[in-house]
Structures are given as C-alpha cells and as structure tokens.
Write a protein that binds this ligand. Structure first.
Ligand code: GLU
Length: 274
C-alpha cells in the first residue's frame, strides 16, 4: 500500500521540482538589471583582457585597461551617478554571450560587432565604435590583402569572433587556424604558424603597436559596428545605456577617451570610429 502511494507521488514531486527549477532560471534572466544596478550601485561589465587598446590586463596593476573599459566607466557614472561603480569581468569572444545569458555580467562591452545572428540572442545598444575587418602579417610578407590568402596559405581567427565566417567568404581557400583568444592568436602568428591573422583593424593596430615587425595591410574588407549587448527583456537598462552613450558623445567625454587610446595610432582616424 505504502509502495503504491510512493509510486503515485514520486512523479508528481519530480514535476514540481522541475517547475521550481525552471522558475529559478527564469528569475535570473527576468530580474531587472537597471534596478539591480541601482540597488548595488554597481554595473558588471564583461570586457576583454587580451586585446591591446580595447581591454588588456595590466600585469603590474592587475587592472584591465582600454577603450572599452574607459567607455564602460564613463557610462556607469552617467547611469548611476558619480559614486557609481563599474566592475569588470574578463570575457573572450567565445565566452561573452554565455556569460551574459547566465547572468554573470550585466552587459558586454568587448569589441563586439552587432550582427543579425547575435541580435537573436541579446539586445544591442546604438553603435559606439565603427571598426572594419582587416589582416595582420609579418612585415615584408607577400600577402598584401585578404585576396592573397589563396590555397596553401594559413590564416588565424579567434573562436566566437565574426571572422570564422568572414574569412570563409573573402578567402575560401585559405586554411583556418582557430584559437581561443587574441593573445594566443598573436603568439601563434609570431611563431610562424600562419601567414595572417584576421580580425578588426583596431585590434590588429593594437598588436602592431606591441610588435612593429607586424603590419596591418589591404584596408578593410568587412564593416564591424560595435554595440553593447544586454540580455533580452532589459529595455530600461538598454535605454539608459543609449542615453548615456549619446551624452558622452555630446559632452566630449567620448572624444577624450578615443583620443587617449587611438590618437597616436598610425593609420587610425578617431573621427571615423564614432
Ligand atoms: N568584432 C568582431 C566580433 O565581434 C571581432 C572582435 C572580437 O573577436 O571580439 O567578433
């Protein structure tokens, strides 16, 4: 008799448990990011830590520095007020979307191009930086543009970036070497493991500044408008980001930050990125 009752109750308990679990998952995604940020006086930003000029870990200070980091700090002050805190969590091209969706970060500001595919998964702010796809090669290389990446050549791209697809379209016969982040990608190029590395021009200029033996060639072959990504269903937070962005563009803060990071970069025009 007891056994029978248990047989009846067990499935019910399982269903109840699953429903509760699903409910919890939902509450993470549905929690209002802006109210939460106001309560804690903190916005948690996902930034790169391997990308010179945009988000790079300073080994001496243990802090991440770059254009994206400074824009995030300025937006935080606009949104939360002067005492508002920006907290930074390290992401890569591959981990940024899962970390956002899991609720580990409030927003992604990490050299991320707005694409229709990504817009299915997250909402994007207005464009805050206009990059373009290019290639980095060893100085003196016979490769002068993406068109020279013919059969027999090898090209490095980073997992989770737009370039797996872009290179397949622009240079269908080059062999792809996919690596997990930009630090290892540049190390592999310098070790002679490939003929070129392809990603956004700004990121490549950042590498070229670190080692003058590598140069950006051939201009740009894709448009990469950067946006800040937030979870779907977070319209108030998205609106406040767009408002803050317009404000810092208008009051000169954006230009100051852009000049700080790109003012001295040869071949880069701050006016064209805004
Ligand atoms: N902007 C490109 C992208 O979003 C390349 C830079 C990156 O890997 O973050 O994929």
């Amino acid at each position: 008799m007891k056994k029978r009752l248990w047989k009846l109750i067990a499935p019910l308990m399982l269903v109840l448990g699953l429903v509760t679990l699903a409910g919890c998952g939902n509450s993470v995604a549905k929690r209002d990011t802006l109210s939460n940020a106001s309560e804690t006086n903190t916005i948690i930003w996902g930034v790169k830590a391997d990308t010179n000029l945009f988000g790079l870990m300073n080994i001496k200070t243990g802090k991440i520095q770059g254009f994206d980091v400074d824009v995030a700090k300025a937006l935080t002050k606009e949104i939360l007020g002067p005492s508002g805190r920006a907290k930074f969590v390290q992401v890569t091209s591959d981990t940024r979307m899962p970390l956002l969706k899991a609720g580990n970060i409030d927003a992604i500001i990490a050299t991320m191009t707005i694409t229709p595919e990504r817009q299915k998964q997250a909402d994007f702010s207005d464009v805050y930086f206009k990059a373009g796809g290019s290639i980095l090669v060893k100085k003196g290389s016979k490769i002068k543009s993406v068109k020279d990446l013919k059969k027999g050549t090898k090209t490095i791209v980073v997992q989770g970036s737009t370039y797996g697809d872009s290179i397949k379209k622009a240079a269908p016969n080059t062999q792809l070497l996919q690596l997990s982040d930009y630090a290892s990608a540049f190390t592999a190029l310098k070790a002679g493991q490939a003929d070129a590395l392809s990603t956004d021009n700004g990121i490549l200029y950042g590498m070229s500044l670190q080692d003058k033996g590598y140069v950006v060639v051939g201009g740009t072959y894709t448009n990469e408008p950067y946006g800040i990504a937030v979870n779907k269903g977070q319209k108030p937070f998205l609106r406040s980001i767009n408002k803050a962005l317009a404000k810092i563009k208008e009051n000169g803060t954006y230009d100051k930050i852009a000049n700080k990071w790109f003012g001295d970069v040869p071949g880069f025009h701050v006016k064209e990125v805004k």
